[in-house]
Unconditional design. Structure first.
Length: 213
């Protein structure tokens, strides 16, 4: 018999608190996502993933956000979401940090996991004198979400539980084949974000834009 995780229990509570009934998707043959929910008249497929310990790539002399873990969850969950949605429904990957304060999952963590490591490309300018200049600043590599990949993923969401309150922050995939309208998701989320220019050249801000609904 399948054991319900802490994150799944919290997600079910979150849904019920907002008068949304989460329906378990039968495992059946092959991999399947965890839930189906209905937002307004839109059926949405949901996969819930839980971080139970600080990943090795986030340990060391300092503390780093677990972008690598989030990137892996996007890759590992994609087949389940795509199969269960059948290309007909929007999908959400819900992430929950159960590893403590040293493994926070914030906007920077999600942005770099979705669109790639953030940094600068430098060049050498010779006129009038040699000078190092910033050629490009933005998302440079190891991206999981592009115009050609993971387009069945509509939203990556981060669930938080503190002071006996469960909240959900949603980060929309600007390349999603079936996007999830922010108005439909507003009843379940605390705040929503999007990166409308995550792949443009020049200076790109890592911080996503808040969606007002």
């Amino acid at each position: 018999m399948r054991t319900t995780t802490i994150s799944e229990e919290l997600f079910e509570r979150l849904c019920l608190e907002h008068d949304i009934v989460p329906r378990r998707i039968p495992e059946g043959f092959g991999e399947a996502a965890d839930y189906e929910i209905v937002l307004g008249a839109i059926k949405v497929v949901v996969e819930v993933k839980q971080l139970d310990r600080t990943p090795p790539d986030a340990q060391g002399a300092g503390v780093r956000a677990p972008s690598g873990w989030v990137r892996k969850q996007i890759g590992d969950s994609y087949a389940q979401l795509e199969k269960s949605s059948g290309g007909r429904s929007p999908t959400i990957l819900v992430l929950y940090n159960n590893a403590g304060a040293l493994s926070w999952i914030d906007s920077f963590t999600i942005s770099t996991a979705m669109f790639g490591d953030f940094g600068m490309k430098l060049g050498l300018k010779h006129d009038p004198e040699p000078e190092v200049v910033v050629v490009r600043q933005g998302f440079l590599g190891r991206r999981k979400v592009t115009r050609d990949t993971c387009r069945s993923l509509s939203v990556v969401a981060v669930m938080d539980s503190s002071d006996n309150q469960i909240t959900l922050k949603a980060y929309h995939n600007p390349f999603a084949t079936i996007p999830l309208p922010p108005d439909a998701l507003a009843g379940l989320t605390h705040v929503q974000f999007v990166h409308p220019e995550s792949h443009t050249s020049g200076v790109v801000n890592w911080s996503p834009l808040r969606i007002e609904v």
